[in-house]
Write a protein that binds this ligand. Structure first.
Ligand SMILES: [Zn+2]
Ligand SMILES: [Zn+2]
Length: 167
């Protein structure tokens, strides 16, 4: 998502709103999952004391695989963000900026990296289709949410497996 600041007349103390709907780049989510809805971004730019700040929201929906049963699960992502827009020529002074920074290159600000960074941090490490998901049987691989098997009953801790053969 790019905003051309040269075409944007920011008036000090007055916010300006931008909206964009961008198709999610599935390559970025691989192998975690894929986008099932476009990424909706709302950004308000504010110019204050010679500095431009961006305040925005990101929302989208992704399809992930449940970490226990591997079924698809839909996950909503919604996040707020705030960033300072800094000209790329000041890149070396970035220690000065406390906030998240998005660089302005030739008058253009590209929010894409920030947007994907935020989305990735919102994706759970171990997604679950349901918090009570029973997962797959570790022995026969059956989905224990839909079917049951006999494995659990004679399940033996693999550490004792060898002992069983000794007797
Ligand atoms: Zn599951
Ligand atoms: Zn089983």
């Amino acid at each position: 998502m790019e905003i051309n600041l040269k075409e944007t007349k920011l008036i000090a103390g007055q916010g300006q709103l931008f909206h964009a709907e961008i198709p999610g780049n599935n390559e970025i989510l691989e192998p975690l999952g894929k986008f099932s809805k476009p990424i909706v971004v709302h950004v308000r730019l504010e110019s204050k004391d010679q500095q431009i700040k961006a305040f925005g929201t990101i929302s989208t929906e992704v399809i992930l695989n449940c970490s226990r049963c591997l079924e698809f699960c839909i996950y909503n992502i919604k996040s707020d963000f705030a960033a300072s827009l800094i000209d790329i020529s000041l890149q070396d002074e970035q220690d000065l900026w406390q906030d998240e920074v998005v660089f302005i290159k030739g008058g253009i600000v590209d929010f894409s990296s920030l947007i994907y960074e935020i989305i990735l941090t919102q994706i759970p490490m171990t997604p679950l289709c349901n918090i009570n998901c029973k997962g797959l049987c570790p022995i026969c691989g059956i989905d224990l949410n839909h079917r049951s098997c006999q494995c659990q009953q004679d399940n033996i801790d693999p550490r004792w497996e060898k002992l069983k053969h000794l007797t």
